[in-house]
Design a protein. Structure first.
Length: 223
């Protein structure tokens, strides 16, 4: 069985990238959304991405982006994947994927069974799905709110492309989430912070260790 792949999202400092790499995560997320406490400038993101070790995938999170913003980001920042976390249509996801030639991950919020058909539709055009908790009505952020959803809704389900579980995960809950859903990839942001936007290296290490243990592979030794 393949091991669990972990994404730590919302990195803002060089020490965050180091902590993610040392813990054994596979993806590092950089947020380009002004209202997020985890937002980084293009210049900051470039420095962080260049500091990432080989093998750690850099993911850029954007929300309903115009081409001009994507052009600016991707001309400067060596990203490996684009994460769309807004209300992008199926057609827009396909358009961005074709225009930039990078893998695209589409986040889909889930609160009830009525939200599940969207996963099938987006799964036909995206390279990966991020199955996240739907943001509450009126929320300032489309994700990173520290909220979970009823994992039973997706237990045992499959979609046309690989998927990643997100939404309120913590070092204390990720094992149960993996066991209940069968997820082979997990994403965390606020669950490994000491304050909004401030990553905690000990919680990052604990999260990755717990996720890998849930996958039956044991933890990656720390460097």
């Amino acid at each position: 069985m393949d091991d669990i792949r972990v994404k730590i999202c919302g990195l803002t400092r060089p020490e965050d990238m180091d902590a993610v790499a040392r813990a054994g995560a596979r993806y590092a997320g950089l947020v380009f959304f002004a209202r997020s406490p985890r937002c980084v400038s293009v210049a900051e993101a470039r420095a962080l991405a260049l500091a990432a070790p080989v093998g750690l995938a850099k993911v850029g999170l954007v929300v309903d982006p115009e081409d001009a913003l994507l052009d600016e980001i991707l001309e400067a920042v060596p990203l490996d994947m684009v994460q769309l976390h807004g209300r992008e249509s199926v057609a827009r996801v396909a358009e961005i994927r074709a225009r930039y030639g990078l893998p695209v991950m589409k986040a889909v919020g889930v609160a009830s069974e009525a939200d599940l058909p969207a996963l099938l539709e987006y799964g036909k055009v995206a390279d990966q799905l991020l199955v996240d908790a739907k943001a509450p009505k009126g929320a300032a952020l489309p994700g990173g709110n520290g909220l979970a959803f009823d994992w039973r809704l997706i237990a045992g389900r499959r979609w046309p492309c690989p998927w990643m579980l997100a939404g309120g995960l913590t070092p204390e809950t990720v094992g149960r989430a993996v066991a209940m859903t069968g997820a082979r990839q997990v994403d965390v942001s606020s669950g490994v912070e000491s304050a909004p936007g401030v990553k905690d290296p000990d919680r990052i290490a604990a999260f990755v260790e717990a996720a890998l243990a849930a996958g039956g592979e044991g933890a990656v030794p720390r460097l």
